[in-house]
Ligand binder design. Structure first.
Ligand SMILES: [Zn+2]
Ligand SMILES: [Zn+2]
Ligand SMILES: [Zn+2]
Ligand SMILES: [Zn+2]
Length: 370
């Protein structure tokens, strides 16, 4: 990937007019997205880190899911085809280009089992600024989808009323409730740039001789996974910033760099403050146990917890299932129907009187599915 981008940079894109700069940018961005497979890279990292800690059965299940995710990522990429500049106007020394971009959407035809393709278009707007001899992008906008860039409420067509009653969607303001009449939505380049500290100095516990030790070791494995995924993403973000330095004004690429740096510092602080821990341990049988472990917050997400099912294989305990909290009952395991009904004399139709959450059978966590 590095060599690809180096090659792109060496080609010295033609930025002598806003139109040429836009053409070079859209092509470079498409080449970049074609060369990146963040899902495949991170899934490989997870498999590597988890390998020694999980059962063969869980390994097989995860491999299946991994392949599905990689296939989905390929399906979701939308290759660029071409674009047409529909309008060019000057605004205080800057040039605003409004363009229609054509791209390909891929989908799986469930009836035939074959992949289908369809060309679609989206409207974009770019603000170009001249820096030296180059035209660089200062802002990028997407046209608001719900109102089609009209700014009017799509529900009442900007009338403010529906069937002589105030429009429930815009509350009679007549404006689109997504863009509030702005028609275009600016893209934020800082958003999504997340980082964690380097793996240096991190050592996952590896004692798996008992269920508690194995649960602790796996909590560390989950942290190590995050750190390694962050490293993979970090390399991609470096490439993104390199791309930005070529096509965007210096203030925009500098802001993105700063956001990335700030996120890494926050990630380091949160990891230092919060350690993963075992909140609960149940030794169910001689060869079976379960544990609830907590995960520290990170720039990738808030603090979380999960339930592990541990099985003994010879002298070591391995993880056989990693279960996220059940969303239906908030990890409490109680039937939502019973909680809502105060009258205990009526038999709950939701759980049939068992009082257990229907979705997780009262465990509070849901299996990945075997
Ligand atoms: Zn309305
Ligand atoms: Zn809108
Ligand atoms: Zn539940
Ligand atoms: Zn119930």
């Amino acid at each position: 990937m590095l060599t690809l981008l180096a090659a792109l940079a060496l080609q010295d894109p033609d930025l002598s007019t806003p139109e040429r700069a836009l053409d070079a940018y859209l092509k470079a961005r498409d080449k970049f997205s074609a060369s990146t497979s963040i899902v495949a890279d991170t899934e490989r990292v997870v498999a590597e880190v988890e390998g020694p800690a999980v059962s063969d059965d869980l390994k097989t299940r995860r491999e299946k899911r991994r392949n599905e995710r990689v296939a989905l990522e390929h399906l979701q990429r939308q290759p660029y085809v071409a674009h047409l500049v529909e309008e060019a106007r000057e605004e205080g020394g800057r040039i605003v280009l409004t363009a229609r971009e054509f791209f390909v959407v891929r989908y799986l035809n469930r009836a035939t089992g074959r992949m289908g393709e369809e060309q679609k278009e989206r409207w974009r707007q770019f603000v170009f600024e001249k820096v030296g001899t180059r035209w660089l992008i200062q802002k990028e906008f997407d046209r608001c989808g719900p109102c089609g860039g009209k700014g009017r409420c799509p529900w009442c067509e900007g009338e403010g009323t529906v069937a002589d009653k105030p429009c429930p969607r815009c509350k009679s303001t007549k404006k689109c409730d997504t863009c509030v009449g702005a028609r275009w939505k600016e893209r934020s380049f800082e958003r999504g740039l997340t980082a964690l500290p380097s793996l240096e100095g991190f050592k996952a516990r590896a004692d798996r001789s008992g269920p508690r030790a194995a649960a602790e070791a796996f909590a560390d494995v989950l942290v190590e996974e995050q750190l390694r995924i962050a490293a993979v993403m970090g390399r991609m973000f470096d490439d993104v910033i390199r791309l930005m330095r070529t096509y965007f004004t210096p203030d925009v690429s500098r802001a993105a760099e700063l956001a990335l740096k700030k996120s890494a510092e926050e990630g380091a602080a949160s990891l230092k403050e919060h350690k993963p821990e075992v909140l609960e341990l149940k030794e169910e049988e001689e060869t079976r146990a379960s544990a609830v472990v907590s995960m520290p917050p990170s720039p990738f997400g808030p603090a979380s917890r999960c339930r592990l099912v541990l099985l003994r294989f010879g002298s070591s305990w391995l993880v056989d299932d990693v279960q996220p909290p059940c969303a239906s009952c908030g990890a409490k395991g109680a039937c939502a129907g019973c909680v809502a009904t105060k009258d205990q004399s009526i038999r709950c139709i939701r759980c049939g009187g068992s009082k257990k959450c229907r979705d997780c059978s009262g465990v509070g966590y849901r299996s990945e599915g075997k």
